[in-house]
Design a protein around this ligand. Structure first.
Ligand code: IPM
Ligand code: MN
Length: 338
């Protein structure tokens, strides 16, 4: 008996709904049955009635088998939404509330990119670090004001993220985990991360371990991305490094992202890294490859390994010109390869 997965779909803004629709079409064509429930969330919704995400909706989302998100955000130049409203109120609220403690971002260098022919992944801690909101103001608005912004690193949080990185690496042909941090300056957090990596490494004798400072890693990602297999790092370093990794491996248009709750106490969330691109909405110009690659991560998470492999190979073998083909042409091209 085949299972029907219940998927919460947050198309969001701009090209978001176009790319999630294409990704769902590919999932279905790969033989996986999905029942989608749409959630109207994002910039357009906020502008209409002020709603971002409440606790009741968050709890509803928790119960799905997975969440697919297209993109959220207003058009460039539209200043009606205070900065951070959707980032913290929607995206981070889901990451924290559903305990999506791993942000898994795989990269495969496309032809012509700096990382051509090279595959690696970033495992980013997704619920702590400087994103946790620790800190505050003292004497705000006065000449003597003080702002602090702490970085939260719990042993529990670091360890579960690091263990996930090792588990991922263990499955690859040349298993290696590279911790990226700044241990020479961030001596407290860096010390905890280093000790945890060394301890967890003991459970995975087949996985090599390496360390780099984050600034050096920025050089190596550009000059020698082949040295990486799985990079594990904290929330903020991972945010920055994954944009750089996207750029060297072919552009953010290809970058997929899985916000994972490996313990499955809440639905995991899958999204392309790119934004809403309001300027090309409704013109058959949106490139759905990153959304489709995010759907591959969703299929893996659901245990649909065979469908995941077929869709992933279709994306890998895609050789058309995305601009010439347009959304529908890319979709056809992928469907032919399944
Ligand atoms: C990302 C984004 C988010 C982040 C923003 C939108 C809060 O840049 O998913 O990488 O910083 O994590
Ligand atoms: Mn980012």
């Amino acid at each position: 008996m085949t299972q029907t997965y219940r998927i919460a779909v947050i198309g969001g803004d701009g090209i978001g709904p176009e790319v999630t629709a294409a990704a769902l079409a590919v999932v279905r064509a790969a033989g996986v049955a999905v029942e989608e429930t749409s959630f109207d969330l994002g910039a357009a919704r906020f502008l209409r009635d002020g709603f971002v995400l409440d606790d009741a909706t968050l709890e509803t989302l928790r119960g799905f088998d997975a969440i697919m998100l297209g993109a959220v955000g207003p058009a460039i130049g539209d200043t009606r939404i205070p900065g951070g409203t959707l980032e913290r109120g929607l995206l981070l609220k889901m990451r924290f509330g559903l305990d999506l403690y791993v942000n898994y971002r795989p990269f495969r260098g496309v032809a012509g990119s700096l990382a051509e022919g090279c595959e690696f992944a970033i495992v980013r801690e997704n619920t702590e670090g400087p994103y946790a909101g620790e800190g505050g103001f003292l004497r705000r608005g006065t000449p003597h004001e003080i702002a602090t912004q702490g970085s939260v690193n719990s042993r529990f949080g670091v360890e579960r993220c690091v263990r996930y990185a090792f588990q991922r690496a263990e499955r690859s042909a040349a298993p290696k985990v590279t911790l990226v941090h700044k241990t020479n300056v961030l001596t407290f957090a860096g010390d905890l991360w280093s000790r945890v990596v060394n301890e967890v490494a003991g459970e995975f004798p087949g996985v090599d371990v390496d360390y780099q400072h984050v600034d050096a890693a920025c050089i190596y990602l550009v000059e020698d991305p082949r040295r990486y297999n799985v990079i594990v790092t904290d929330n903020l370093f991972g945010d920055i490094l994954s944009d750089l990794a996207g750029a060297v491996s072919g552009g953010i248009g290809y970058a997929a992202s899985a916000n994972l709750n490996p313990d499955r106490t809440g639905a995991s969330l899958f999204e392309p890294v790119h934004g809403a691109a309001h300027d090309i909405v409704g013109r058959n110009m949106a490139n759905p490859l990153a959304a489709v690659s995010s759907a591959v991560l969703m299929l893996e998470h659901l245990g649909e390994e065979d469908a995941a492999r077929r869709v992933s190979h279709a994306v890998r073998d895609f050789d058309g010109d995305p601009v010439a083909l347009g959304t529908s042409g890319i979709l056809e091209n992928l469907l032919e390869r399944l």
